[in-house]
Design a protein around this ligand. Structure first.
Ligand SMILES: Nc1ncnc2c1ncn2[C@@H]1O[C@H](COP(=O)(O)OP(=O)(O)OP(=O)(O)O)[C@@H](O)[C@H]1O
Ligand SMILES: [Mg+2]
Length: 232
């Protein structure tokens, strides 16, 4: 079976600076793949290449075997990709329910009541999204990116600004959605969240793919320790 997402030797330069350097990666259906790495490693740039905000200077991006690197963000979403940006992008002036019905563009979507329940948003369903706590805005945003049951969802730092308990619940939500058939690619910083949630980890360093493997393999690697301690 084809990988759900594959990048082949993808490079992105800003002027003379190479932010993403020859990165090849394959994500198989059913994974919860984390992209980790220190500040400036190229994670968000890679994320933007895959969802269509940047185009690569060289290299190929395949979604289910189809070449997509020339497609725009909305065209990639129409193919079955879901995206959640780092800052919550909910409609503040609409209620939680209105946000969910706007985002829902497929008949076989996830059930609104199940989503409200999974994301602990039941009590707030008629509240304006702008009045939600930061954590609940993040969850509503994840719900918006998954309601149409995309096959592949990208989350950029979904636990930024969340408490420990909220982070843990976010991991449970992601794992629950994964069991319902959604493959995830998550840009993450929070190692507890990575350990709780990831099925496989790819670590970028200075724009290059440094190591890939299970959470244990990657976090026990001596080179990875040096990178996070700033020694290499
Ligand atoms: N639009 C841009 N123009 C010029 N340089 C950029 C641009 N976007 C990113 N960069 C540079 O590319 C490098 C990688 O940035 P990127 O945001 O991808 O890193 P990151 O791994 O997401 O870091 P962080 O963990 O801090 O979010 C950085 O040195 C950054 O300054
Ligand atoms: Mg980033």
């Amino acid at each position: 079976m084809a990988s759900i997402l594959e990048t082949r030797s993808v490079t992105k330069k800003f002027g003379g600076f190479t932010a993403v350097d020859n990165v090849s990666l394959s994500v198989e259906p059913g994974e919860i793949r984390f992209i980790i790495g220190p500040n400036g490693a190229g994670k968000s740039t890679f994320f933007k290449l895959v969802i269509g905000i940047h185009s690569p200077n060289t290299g190929t991006i395949l979604y289910k075997g189809q070449n997509i690197e020339k497609l725009k963000l909305h065209e990639r979403i129409n193919l079955g990709m879901g995206v959640k940006f780092q800052a919550p992008s909910v409609f503040s002036e609409l209620t939680v329910l209105q946000n969910l019905s706007l985002a829902n563009n497929r008949k076989d979507s996830l059930k609104v009541n199940d989503l409200l329940n999974d994301f602990s948003l039941e009590k707030e369903k008629n509240n304006l999204a702008g009045d939600l706590s930061h954590g609940k805005k993040q969850w509503l945003d994840i719900a918006l990116s998954t309601i149409s049951k995309p096959d592949l969802v990208f989350l950029d730092e979904p636990t930024a600004g969340l408490s420990l308990d909220e982070t843990k619940l976010t991991g449970e939500i992601v794992k629950n959605l994964n069991k319902q058939g959604i493959t995830f690619v998550v840009v993450g910083h929070d190692m507890d969240f990575v350990k709780q949630t990831a099925s496989k980890v790819s670590l970028l360093h200075l724009g290059k793919m440094f190591i890939e493997g299970s959470v244990d393999q990657v976090l026990s690697d001596k080179g990875v320790n040096d990178i996070y301690l700033g020694l290499s």
